[in-house]
Design a protein around this ligand. Structure first.
Ligand SMILES: *Cc1c(COP(=O)(O)O)cnc(C)c1O
Length: 362
């Protein structure tokens, strides 16, 4: 028996979720967001499964050049553009589209002599207050870029801060601000992340930029299950020991959990060294043979403990699912005070990744 801490990635579910995005935004093209190593699923495997996307979005030249080296010829957006002027020749060589979001990025582009001009995405800050030009500066920045020899085409982009809350009026405020900022300027637009792809059709524009939904997770704050998506990742480990505990016996580091009665407690072969969150509290759900069991005590580096009172037939060697079908990552994340995105990104290289394809759409 080897130590099992394994993530299974369902490639057909990735394809299926991409198709869901297509059906929801039939008139838009799709930028599949594969930053953060494909949200922790493996950049190249994810990109191959999502090759029907119209473009990819990544965070840095390193991720983009890995896609090019693997033969992907899609449009590739760099969501924060270039970080240094000396990256610009790489943008030209690999045909990468920078997002231009700040004043300092203009001068290097104006000075550069590139082997080919770049398609750029001009980012407008409509209320996220992270990257982007204020709405009132857009016409001026547009004109400056328009007269830059290294710029081939200009598209417009903004990012929504609260689209994950379907009742929040801020999204409409941002949509109006964006429309006003680039009114009468020619060029395609992109606004929508996953939440807006799913819930704000008025934000679809010419390109949508879904990320988390492709990985089968709900982006919404008020519904962690997203029945129309298929879960992509299953994180599994196995039971390596089962002990009968006496009432009052304490489990693990710090003894933070005391057994309320005589009960079986199992030890599972995964911990924070694999990326399972250390701050997961007692009561966080896991699945054993399809049934929910609960985490008890502190998560250690290589192991965690579970209450087996609801699984009297459990045996050493049984698989335990940390998240996957029947237990959305988002539910585990909520127990830990975080979001699915973070849990997915934090899986470490010690976890063995396995890619399966069930054929068809998903
Ligand atoms: C990460 C990101 C996305 C995708 O967001 P999801 O919530 O994962 O769909 C879209 N646009 C930008 C600018 C991003 O940084």
């Amino acid at each position: 028996m080897t130590r099992l801490a394994r993530a299974t990635v369902d490639l057909s579910a990735l394809r299926y979720n991409l198709e869901v995005a297509r059906q929801l935004a039939p008139s838009a093209r799709i930028v599949a967001v594969v930053k953060g190593d494909g949200y922790g699923h493996g950049l190249l495997q994810v990109a191959a499964a999502l090759k029907q996307a119209d473009a990819f979005a990544v965070s840095c030249v390193d991720e983009a050049s890995r896609l090019r080296a693997a033969g992907f010829r899609h449009r590739i957006l760099l969501l924060a553009g270039y970080f240094e002027a000396d990256e610009l020749p790489v943008f030209a060589e690999y045909s990468l589209d920078p997002v231009i979001h700040a004043e300092w990025q203009l001068a290097p582009l104006e000075r550069a002599t590139l082997q080919r001009p770049l398609d750029i995405w001009l980012k407008v800050d409509t209320g996220m207050h992270r990257l982007g030009f204020p709405a009132e500066r857009v016409p001026e920045i547009y004109r400056r870029l328009r007269s830059t020899a290294s710029v081939a085409s200009i598209r417009f982009m903004t990012h929504l801060a609260r689209a994950d809350d379907r009742r929040d009026p801020m999204t409409e405020v941002q949509l109006d601000a964006f429309a006003a900022a680039c009114r009468s300027l020619p060029g395609e637009r992109t606004i929508a992340n996953s939440a807006a792809t799913l819930a704000w059709p008025q934000a679809h524009a010419q390109w949508v930029r879904p990320g988390i939904m492709l990985y089968g997770c709900s982006p919404f704050i008020d519904g962690l299950e997203c029945p129309w998506l298929q879960p992509v990742q299953t994180l599994e480990a196995r039971l390596v020991a089962i002990h009968q505990r006496r009432p009052g016996e304490r489990i693990g580091y710090g003894g933070i959990y005391a057994c309320p009665e005589a009960m079986p407690v199992g030890v599972v072969s995964i911990g924070y060294g694999d990326g399972y969150p250390r701050h997961a509290p007692s009561g966080t759900p896991l699945l054993l043979a399809g049934r929910e069991v609960m985490l008890v005590g502190r998560v250690s580096m290589d192991m965690l403990s579970i209450d087996l009172r609801s699984a009297p037939n459990a045996r050493v060697g049984d698989a335990v699912v940390l998240w996957g079908e029947g237990l959305p990552v988002g539910r585990v994340a909520e127990c830990c005070g975080t979001i699915a995105y973070e849990l997915l990104c934090k899986i470490t290289s010690r976890v063995q990744f396995r890619y399966v394809d069930r054929g068809g759409m998903g």
